[in-house]
Design a protein around this ligand. Structure first.
Ligand code: COA
Ligand code: MG
Length: 287
């Protein structure tokens, strides 16, 4: 279960050279917004070279309805990336189209069928917000959903997406929640979006802690300094683990009970579900 995905512009040899030692659970080599048009051919070559030697490197291709997506895939897929990050899907149909293309390419290059995962940035276009429930069952390659506010606000012609205190304005808060709900419905990981003020590590810590509280299991990063903060924030604390273990133990000791008192509070089935979920998360992150 990945806590941190670090974006690395694939045209930057300097950043690529650094990226592997930072401790991110996964890297996303970017061929899209972080790379200028002229630099794209070189970025594709560098990404293909880099991905070959790693098993934690994903590639963000260009949108499926752009002229670049297929050339991006053709360049990097022979190197077997861990997954493809899909930007700006119009709907889950774009993820299905990507998946079908991956079926062909995996076969052509002798890769394991279905081995390439997909992470979709599911809120970057206004129309995409109306079909998010269709990610459930769309493709078994889907392993995570994340969201983005920058492209969405640009599409809306909005002058800002946060208020003066840095909190998401309602439209973006809604997009974030819908991403979280869609991920849960599809039974895939929910990954919160980038925290762009990369010098503000205190603010990042608060943001990431809230993201985990809300049900996200990881976050996108843009700068090396963000990775440790994010990794730490998405590990359940000792106290939380112990609390969850007590709930599970209580239900084990009272097999017939639907609801039990613990520390003067009512504990019922949803608490048990949540406790088991937290323990599973903690276990996966230890391994
Ligand atoms: N991956 C790997 N290394 C990175 C990095 C990244 N994402 N971001 C910065 N670094 C390196 C820098 O090259 C620098 O190394 P150096 O001292 O050897 O040159 C070091 O970390 C410190 O960087 P810093 O000077 O603090 O930042 P910067 O001004 O060089 O870069 C950004 C700031 C935002 C341009 C840069 O972090 C970046 O490119 N982030 C990713 C952007 C991206 O992919 N966006 C698309 C998704 S939203
Ligand atoms: Mg973008």
């Amino acid at each position: 279960m990945n806590r941190s995905y670090l974006f690395v512009p694939a045209d930057s040899e300097r950043k690529l050279a650094k990226a592997g030692d930072i401790g991110a659970d996964a890297l996303i080599l970017d061929l899209e917004d972080a790379v200028a048009e002229d630099a794209r051919p070189a970025a594709r070559r560098l990404a293909a070279e880099y991905v070959k030697d790693r098993d934690d490197a994903w590639v963000r291709i260009n949108p499926m309805d752009s002229e670049h997506a297929l050339a991006d895939l053709a360049a990097v897929m022979p190197s077997a990336p861990a997954g493809i990050v899909l930007p700006k899907p119009r709907s889950p149909v774009d993820a299905v189209a990507l998946s079908e293309r991956l079926d062909e390419i995996e076969q052509k290059h002798g890769l394991g069928p279905g081995q390439t995962a997909i992470l979709a940035l599911c809120t970057e276009r206004p129309e995409a917000l109306f079909t998010l429930h269709e990610y459930a069952g769309a493709t078994p390659r889907l392993s995570a959903l994340s969201w983005g506010a920058e492209d969405l606000s640009a599409a809306l012609g909005a002058a800002a997406n946060r208020d003066e205190d840095g909190n998401w304005l309602p439209t973006y808060e809604m997009a974030r929640s819908l991403c979280l709900l869609a991920a849960a419905a599809a039974e895939v990981a929910a990954i919160d979006t980038v925290y762009t003020d990369f010098r503000d590590l205190d603010g990042l810590l608060r943001y990431a802690q809230n993201a985990r509280r809300d049900g996200f299991s990881g976050m996108l990063a843009i700068h090396p300094a963000q990775v440790d903060v994010i990794n730490a924030a998405f590990v359940p604390s000792r106290a939380e683990i112990e609390h969850a273990e007590r709930i599970v133990a209580l239900f084990d000791e009272n097999p017939g009970a639907g609801t039990i008192g613990m520390d003067g509070r009512m504990i019922d089935r949803p608490h048990l579900v949540q406790a088991r979920r937290l323990l599973k998360l903690a276990e996966r992150q230890e391994s």
